[in-house]
Design a protein around this ligand. Sequence first.
Ligand SMILES: *Cc1c(COP(=O)(O)O)cnc(C)c1O
Length: 596
Amino acid sequence: MSRIPFSFGDTHARRLGDQEAIAYFSMEIGLAADIPTYAGGLGVLAGDTVRAAADMGMPMIAVTLLYRNGYFQQHLDAEGNQTQTPVRWSPEQILQPVPWQASVQIEGREVQVRAWRYPIEGVFGHHVNVLFLDSDLPENDPWDRALTNDLYGGDRRYRLCQEALLGLGGVELLHALGLDGHLIYHMNEGHSALLALGLLERAVGAAPPDQITDEDIGAVRRRCVFTTHTPVPAGHDKFDWNLVTRVLGARRAQTLRAIGCCQDSTLNMTYLALRFSCHVNGVALRHGEISADMFPEYPVDSITNGADLAMWASDAFAELFDRHIPVWRQDNQYLRYALGIPLEEVQQAHASAKQALLDEVGRRSGQQLDPSVFTLGFARRATEYKRADLLFADIERLKRIAREAGPLQILYAGKAHPRDEGGKQMIRRVFAAARELRGHVPVVYLEDYDIDLAGYLVSGVDVWLNTPLKPHEASGTSGMKAAFNGVPSLSVLDGWWLEGHIEGITGWAIGDRDETSEPSGERADLYDKLEGTIMPLYYDQPLEFARVRRYCIAFNGSFFNTQRMVSQYWKSVYHRVITSGDRGERAGDSTPAADA
Ligand SMILES: *Cc1c(COP(=O)(O)O)cnc(C)c1O
């Protein structure tokens, strides 16, 4: 059987030999706006990871689900009430069919699964394929055909069936492709943890659950690694035991119970992933610590997230980097030398990105904003902990700031999950604030936040605002994308910003590092800094503002990119797993080096 080719043209690939590759599993992957199979940061991170892996010649294959309905089109009425419709897209026109099929048992039925692939070409011509699993086949029954329709839709049963399709179906399909003997399985969050069960089944065949040995588990464990993204216990994916038995079948349920994956009559996907992984990491230093406290039985490392520099640099900055730092695409670290770019050129590039954003705002909303006015941007998934409305706690204060420190305009975007009532209400509160501010501070909420709109926003605003409730932001990545474009963050000290923040140099902190501090202190700090520091810098010392922009690029752009992140995964995870596997040792019996 012929294989999906990995190309082995460069250093990493040669060191891995043509034997080993990484199978990167993610419930969502964000590759492009016309492939709407992602909901937010987790998916965009996965897409950026795959792109960096392609740049670096990493032999990798990514596995996700197809989602024919896409992650919805958002409609907002004049009050900010959100409604949703499916996004029309044509997988058949964008993706290439893979001529293999596999089957996986779900609810006692043999569900057929096929795949579509999307090759990503790296900067040196290396390809990484993304496989989109698809169960919409005429031989499947209607429930099973619909399993690859909706991302994060449906009930618990639907979700567990999807996770079975991703984990178990993914393992079966990779086996059908003839790749499975040489793979290291990377679970990007716990949704794909059933892949470990799939590997165990393949290894033990028909052995009864009570005869599964520690060695059997160890053999799976040596091949699996896990990145956790969830800083609060409530966020972990859990399934009721009756449902587990119904969907996976009595035998698999017994196996999971026998190997200790049942707690309080639930299957916790994070615990399943932890049990079967020889390396576990969080997505920023603080998040790694929080995860280690949450799972004291397991060593948890951290590798701070990044974003794909070439993907997120606006045209204006890409041209600027091409002129001054020609190797920036091949090796993102060279962005450090942005320190030598004349400030006037940084100013010009930003002005051009800002104009492109305001033109797009005009096209989408009909509102003409003024490019000379200080512009704040906030765009995120609309969910409560992100606190999109923190900025509007004191409307009169904002009016006064606009009157006294200079004009201010604000751009918003973000979708609420269709069932997230709190998130939907938050959007309405932003709309209500916008009404109150009319005539004083223009506030525009743009519909349909996606990769395209994010590209305009992170590069075109003057300051990127981030106000999560600590410590809920595991990492956050949009502020990194902003930094690539010389846009400083004004952010609560949470997630990546604890590492990227240098006060007055790469941006500004809201509040302190104390995770128990009162929101009132953060609100006061937010207004004080806008009024007393940031807007005066913008209006009175534009060249000094451009210096902050340049520091963002040099300090944060050179580090918070996925090339750096993937090379850390290589050094502290993949390479260690491969080499300890060769020696027959159990990787992960000791904590991996604190490389991050
Ligand atoms: C980058 C990105 C995100 C994640 O941003 P956060 O800072 O983690 O909230 C979400 N959605 C889209 C479309 C993005 O591009």
